[in-house]
Structures are given as structure tokens and as C-alpha cells.
Design a protein around this ligand. Sequence first.
Ligand SMILES: Cc1ncc(COP(=O)(O)O)c(C=O)c1O
Length: 381
Amino acid sequence: MATQPALAEQRHLFEIPDEVCYLNCAYISPLLKSTTQAGKQGMARKLRPWEIRPPDFFSTAGKIRSTAASLFGSTADDIAIVPSASYGLAAAARNLPVRKDQNILVLAEQYPSNYYVWEALARNSGATLRSVARPADGDWTREILESLDNQTAIAALPHCHWSDGTLVDLVQIRQHLDEMGGALVVDLTQSLGAMTFDVGLIRPDFAVAAAYKWLLGPYATGLLYVDPRHHEGEPLEMPIFSRKNAVQFSDISYRDDFEPGACRFDVGEVANFALLPALHDALLQILEWQVPRIQASLGQRTAVISAEARTLGLDVVDPARRAPHFLGIRFPTGLPAGLTEHLRDQQIYVSVRGETLRVTPYLYNTENDLARFNQALRSFV
Ligand SMILES: Cc1ncc(COP(=O)(O)O)c(C=O)c1O
């Protein structure tokens, strides 16, 4: 894809004090001011419950399905609303058969929400959990392709590793799985909204993203893509609002049938009057900015820091091997003691994950932020 024009800085849309240099979007993104407002208005609806009508239980969820569909490249029908990545992954695990002579593939040090569920499924089914070792050169794709075989029932992967942003080429993995017959489950929590995703090419069975990072949503909201071949699957809960014609509150008969699509995988009380309007506001803003442009803009920011880190002799993942919005920095002799505390004292916020200093900027980061971080980094080398 041709590189898209970068976006202007968007700090004015957030409430970040000038002295705060927040380079930790992969941890928790700050809310947009407009999102906070939408959440406050949503919360306030319950001050006046007599104004809440049955169709209101469905309308915001419907809008979220449509906006989310644009991010995944799917249809609105394929989207369920979930409270967390682990919830979506548990729904996937419930619907993917695995036998004891098969294996389930994960990456070494994969995020726990995309690990425990597969570890439990393997334990309960007698299948083998196969963990792909971290490659020294960052080429996960090669290692994954070598680890897949015709006994692989499920590959449960991210688009980029949460600790350092190293990429997984999901298109290649999908093609390989097509030949081998395995299912693909992807956790996009650290990529959706910041990196383009094409459901048509990647064709996951299930894809989930917690929304509180790169989707700028409130905590405890998330999106689950369900491929049409699983629309008739078994949900984790027996949600009532996904039932046929559930909007008819006056009809108290039980319904066996669900409305079509992925909505049967929705969390209970999906209407969530406080959080859903906030999530919808955040998703609309992301669509307005356009993901390819967000990706290009964040890539510029990580490039500035990566260049400085390289000059200082630090180890950073090759740009071709990492997600543009993510930077993992490693020190040749290990992370200096007190590094994050020292940065925090200067109001510079990043994360340490394993031996990696994880730096994840967003559109609110200014040139001054990047200069401040680089200067602080120099003082450690
Ligand atoms: C890759 C990845 N997946 C998922 C999550 C969040 O998981 P959950 O929504 O289950 O808490 C995180 C949070 O850091 C993450 O980095």
C-alpha cells in the first residue's frame, strides 16, 4: 500500500498537560475529550430511565457494529460487542474443535489473555500447546510457518507482539493454514485502529480487540469479529438481546432463535448506556482520521525515536519487522536500573515488558515529546 499522508498533531482533542510526555498508548490510551463527554451523557441517561425506550437498547450497539466493520473490513453483521479480549477469545475457544492428536499454536510470551484460554483448551482436550520460540532476528512469520503442520487445529496469534511490536504476517499464515486446514484466531488489541487490517485477506475465524488502547475506547469494551462460518456457533452466555425480535419487550415468550449474524456472541447487557456511546465516539474519530493515516503518522514518531536509539548503539527491531506504531528498545547490557522511574520523574511515560523498553506514541505526541524522550534516553547511555 502506498504511504499515506501523515495527520497533524491532535493533542488539542485530548486533555494532556503540556508537561506530560505520554508514550504509552499500548498500556492504556487517554480518552478523547469528546469520548469522555459522550460517556458522561450516556451515564446520565439513567437519571431519567422513563426516557429510555426498547429500541434504545439496540441502537448504539448497531452503530458500533457498523463503525467497527469499517475497521475490520467486514460487514456489521460479523461484529459482536464484548467486554474484553479474553471474553472474545473464550468464545472462539468454545467454537473451535480440537482433538487430542492435534496442536494449538501460540507465540512465546504472548499476551496472557491469548494464552490461558488455549492452555486450558489443550489441557481439557489432550491436545498439545505449541509455543513458537522468539526468533533472535524478529522474524516470527518464518518461525510460525515452520511450526505449523497438518495437526495444527488452531493458530492463536496477534498481528504484532505486545512486548515489542514485532510483526506477524497474518496473510502468509492464513494461506499456509488453508493448505493445512487449521483455524486462525487473532488478537488485534495491540494493532486494530493503528494498523490496517483486511479481513478479506486474513480471513480469521475469530478476531478480537479490547478497545481501551489503540481504539481509544473506555475500559471494559471490545470488538469481536466472527467469520460467517461460525455465526451459528455457541455463545458463552445465553444473551437475551440477541434473540429474535427481542425489541418487543411486551412479548414475554422465550425465543429459541437468534437474530442473524454475530450478535449472539454479544456480552449480556450489551446496551451499556454509559460505555457504548463513548466507544462509538472514539471509533468515529478513528474512522475520520483514517487508519492508514494514523499508521503513517505513528510510524513517523517511532522512526524519530528509533533513529536516536540506533545512534546510541541500542538494539531496536528492524522497521520491516515491527508494527509502525510500536517500538521496542533493548540495551546491550540489559535495562538500566531505575530507567522507568527516572523517566517518570520527568513525566515521561513508557513501559518495560520483559527486557524491552516499550515506546508507543500516538497522535497527541508532539515533536517536543519525542525530543524530550530522546534526550532522556541519551542520559542513560
Ligand atoms: C495483546 C493484548 N491482548 C489483550 C489485552 C487485554 O486483554 P483483556 O481485554 O482480556 O484484559 C492486552 C493488554 O495489554 C494486550 O496487550
